[in-house]
Design a protein around this ligand. Structure first.
Ligand code: THU
Length: 156
């Protein structure tokens, strides 16, 4: 895990953060006011972004990382992700100054996305001001994760 400044990011990493930032503008977060954007980078260079979508029942809420992953899957992108950027905004008074990291459920799906490709997925976590970053990966976020290779082979 590395703490980086804007100047230390590559152009590709910065563009992915900007895509996540743009997606956060679409967040539907009337209950938490915590607007999250996520952007996955596929190995063909395409970017697949999404935002969190909340429910009045709270438990049905879907995080930005998963919204973006599911949307990408529906476009035929699976097992091809090399990077992910995440960013969150809150109302000014409660603005998180540190980068926000993916929740446990999302770490599982990020881990599985890495398993599907056979390579760790780089994860860039940005703070709301886009001036502090944590760069890590799927293995570090979920060590000893449970993956598809541990399941018995599926029946014909
Ligand atoms: N949230 C995400 O979208 N991604 C995360 O990794 C952490 C949490 C959302 C879910 C909910 O809408 C809000 O942030 C507060 O938990």
């Amino acid at each position: 895990m590395r703490h980086l400044s804007r100047e230390q990011l590559t152009e590709t990493q910065w563009e992915l953060v900007q895509a996540a930032h743009a997606a956060s503008e679409h967040a539907y977060a009337p209950y938490s006011q915590f607007r999250v954007g996520a952007a996955w980078l596929a190995d063909d260079g395409s970017v697949h972004a999404g935002s969190n979508y909340e429910s009045a029942s709270y438990g049905l809420t879907t995080c930005a990382e998963r919204t973006a992953l599911f949307q990408a899957n529906n476009l035929g992108y699976r097992g091809c992700f090399i990077g992910l950027a995440v960013i969150a905004h809150a109302p000014q008074a409660q603005q998180p100054c540190s980068p926000v990291t993916p929740c446990g459920a999302c770490r599982q799906l990020i881990y599985e996305a890495a398993c599907l490709r056979g390579q760790p997925v780089e994860v860039i976590c940005a703070n709301a001001n886009c001036d502090q970053f944590i760069v890590t990966d799927s293995d570090e976020l979920l060590p000893w994760g449970f993956g598809p290779e541990q399941l018995p082979p599926s029946l014909p």
